[in-house]
Design a protein around this ligand. Structure first.
Ligand code: TIU
Length: 233
């Protein structure tokens, strides 16, 4: 797959697509992103590229994982240092138009309808910014011998970056699909992507849907990918 800082050879049977936090709380008015003072409309342009990545990954029979940032209704898994920021009426757990902000089970916590997970696709609820922190993501990936992650979602410099850094330290190769990520700060998005690919790919690789989708389509049209589980039967 064409990427920065250099092309990456990918075994799709050992690759997962991870879609990070494409939740109404970040993408729609009245959620967590808006409560932090952001213009949430800036994230909308990541939806279609994420959708194309999902469709391509499904067609290639890749492992697909979705994540959601959020907390238990009693906030017992939310560090006070995270909750006690900003005015009380706009904090995590406060009531908003999509239900309580960043709380599991509320409408705002849902993934946007265009990117709804299929029943077989794990949805990981995470209390932090990184998808490995206090989740079983590493276990799911190791049990399928995953070595490469195709990463998309929001926001580029927060949950995508944190997850890529965590994954990189655990030995996974991360290929971040830049146009399928988004930030409330266009300059952070640009620099965030550059930081990943700089220094010879210090945290991973960066590419685009335009470059990656044809490779996934070729794979879907040729060899069925199968899974490690099937190999072992
Ligand atoms: N605020 C912000 O940019 N992001 C987050 O709080 N979480 C995620 O990135 N998902």
């Amino acid at each position: 797959m064409a990427a920065e800082p250099r092309a990456l050879s990918v075994d799709l049977s050992r690759t997962a697509l991870i879609v990070i936090d494409m939740q109404r709380d970040f993408l729609e008015p009245g959620g967590f992103g808006a409560a932090l003072g952001n213009d949430v409309s800036l994230l909308a342009k990541a939806i279609k590229p994420c959708r194309l990545m999902l469709e391509a990954a499904r067609a290639a029979e890749m492992f697909v994982i979705h994540t959601r940032e959020g907390h238990r209704p009693d906030l017992s898994d939310a560090p006070p240092a995270k909750v006690l920021r900003g005015p009380a009426e706009r904090r995590i757990g406060a009531k908003g138009p999509m239900g309580r902000i960043l709380i599991r089970g509320e409408a705002g916590h849902d993934i946007v309808p265009a990117l709804a997970p299929l029943p077989a696709e794990p949805v990981l609820d995470k209390p932090g910014k990184g998808a490995f922190y206090q989740t079983d993501l590493d276990l799911l990936l190791r049990n399928r011998s995953v070595e490469t992650l195709l990463v998309c979602g929001v926001t580029t410099e927060v949950c995508v970056h944190t997850t890529v850094r965590e994954a990189n330290d655990r030995g996974y190769r991360c290929l971040v699909i830049g146009d399928a990520c988004g930030s409330y700060f266009p300059e952070f998005h640009e620099v965030g992507l550059r930081m990943i690919a700089a220094q010879g790919g210090i945290f991973g690789w960066v590419s685009t849907t335009e470059k990656v989708l044809p490779a996934l389509a070729r794979a879907a049209a040729t060899t069925p990918v199968g899974t490690i589980l099937e190999d072992n039967q």
